[in-house]
Design a protein. Sequence first.
Length: 241
Amino acid sequence: MSLALKLALSPVLLAQAMATRRKAPVLPEAAGPRLGRLGEGEGALRLLIAGDSSAAGVGVAHQDEALAGHLTRSLHSRTARPLHWTLHAHSGLTTRQVHELLRSEAPEAANVAVVATGVNDVIDQITPWRAVQHREALADWLLAERGALHVLFAPLPPVHRFPLLPQPLRRVMGDDARRHDEAMARWAATRSDVSHIAIEFELTPDAMASDGFHPGEPVYRACGEALAAHIAQLIQQETKR
């Protein structure tokens, strides 16, 4: 969508955004522990998970069904190593606010960090290049201050397929989300200590949460398993060096 058309539609988009915010049910973050251990023994892998509502598990009842649960179980299974994990996430946060949250909570050191943010950057009309700057600042902090060896960014979801959003708001937000994701992928490709991966999944109504905006358990499972597979591959590559 051209900038001229987007500006012409801005009153409509604003009205739709306000109406959508009013009618959308407010779902809670998933219940359950935000840290845990899988397996016993030496050589534990330390994993930090951070982000917005998609990291906090909004859309499912318990962390076992959310991103953290699927990611940690799959990663432990794939690596056969003890796993120590922590989750630091809150609904509504932009990438910059996730960074602020982590700085305030000072999580334990981690070998690998997984970050799931971006939709709120789109909602707040943060430009893709600015969002990349915020991701770079967050990644550099995790690498320098929390001991991470690698930072993995989850992709933005296909916002253009969210049932909650009416047209043309859905199309505009979807286009913006794609631009953000493409900018993040280009930036991550320039670094060896940062990754971005594409994740394919069916975004059918029964795969979504009841609000038509947040992931349901099938989406969390697909994302968690894909992220775990990528981390396991990174570990395998590192052990071969």
